[in-house]
Design a protein around this ligand. Structure first.
Ligand code: PDD
Length: 280
């Protein structure tokens, strides 16, 4: 694989970042994951707009222009002949030459890393079988709207899920589901209303979520943006989740309780279909 590190395209085994990089020492870094379908970037503008928001919130400077950033994405797709998968982008505050909590001066340039990941996004077998999910406490910090690489709480939640034989975890705070370990969450009520938590600092503002809400509204699906509890989810007719790398995936059990018929539901299927049509 050819990866991008600070202005260079190199073989992955030759890519190097300093031990003093603040991304490594302090998780002082932000990231984006953009799907690639048929060699084309999906929802690129949304991801870059969110990257700029993350940067603004943390006073991080991109070392390249927005035009250059797009060229890097396209060059990596080309150099790796990527047909389907994702591009991971990480921007850290760079290497200040030592470990020091204070932000370095403007002379220290941020570190930009991008790499591709080939994988089947559209033909995901989980879209047919559905996912088994468990809930666990949301122990993350309070700025989940900033997409930082501080993902240890998400890794721990996924480990809890795997140890219980489940596919993923939904996170619970003050009795309500915030979001998934790396996705946004939705339930479908008996009258087919789709409920998903409203935007705030409590969740990442998913780019897939934003598109799905637009598509659902056009498809005359009734939407409600509000928090919901695990208890309400157990009794929902469907549960599903969304992210750049999973699109829409149905959830067929939550905490061991069967959801709806125990099979992927019609609304999740429909939204997956129209989302795929949008990005194809
Ligand atoms: N995760 N919530 C969290 C906590 C996430 O980490 C993600 C994405 C989402 C969905 O956002 P989007 O639709 O913009 O991908 C919601 C990415 C895919 C990841 O960490 O790999």
């Amino acid at each position: 694989r050819i990866v991008y590190v600070d202005g260079q395209y190199v073989e992955e085994q030759d890519a190097k970042v300093s031990v003093f990089d603040r991304g490594f020492l302090f998780a002082d870094a932000v990231y984006e994951v953009t799907a690639v379908i048929n060699g084309k970037l999906a929802e690129y503008d949304g991801h870059i707009t969110r990257l700029q928001l993350s940067c603004r919130e943390l006073a991080l400077q991109l070392p390249v222009s927005i035009e250059e950033l797009k060229k890097i994405h396209l060059a990596l797709i080309d150099k790796n002949q990527l047909h389907e998968g994702a591009i991971y982008l990480q921007l850290s505050r760079g290497n200040a030459g030592d470990r020091d909590f204070h932000f370095p001066g403007a002379e220290v340039k941020s570190t930009l890393v991008l790499f591709t990941q080939a994988r089947a996004v559209i033909d995901n077998p989980k879209a047919e079988t559905g996912l088994h999910v468990v809930t666990c406490p949301d122990i993350r910090w309070h700025r989940r709207d900033i997409k930082t690489v501080s993902l240890l709480a998400a890794c721990l939640a996924k480990e809890v899920a795997h140890s219980k034989g489940a596919d993923d975890a939904f996170l619970v705070e003050n009795g309500f589901i915030t979001e998934g370990s790396s996705c946004n969450c939705y339930i479908v009520l008996a009258d087919n209303t789709v409920v998903t938590r409203q935007l705030s600092n409590d969740i990442l503002h998913g780019i897939t979520r934003q598109s799905l809400l637009e598509l659902a509204a056009k498809d005359n699906i009734t939407l409600e943006e509000r928090p919901f509890t695990p208890e309400e989810a157990y009794h929902a007719s469907e549960i599903f989740l969304s992210s750049a790398t999973t699109f829409v995936l149905p959830v067929v059990s939550l905490d061991g309780k069967t959801i709806g018929t125990g099979k992927p539901g019609p609304i999740a299927k429909r939204l997956r279909e129209i989302y795929i049509a949008r990005v194809k």
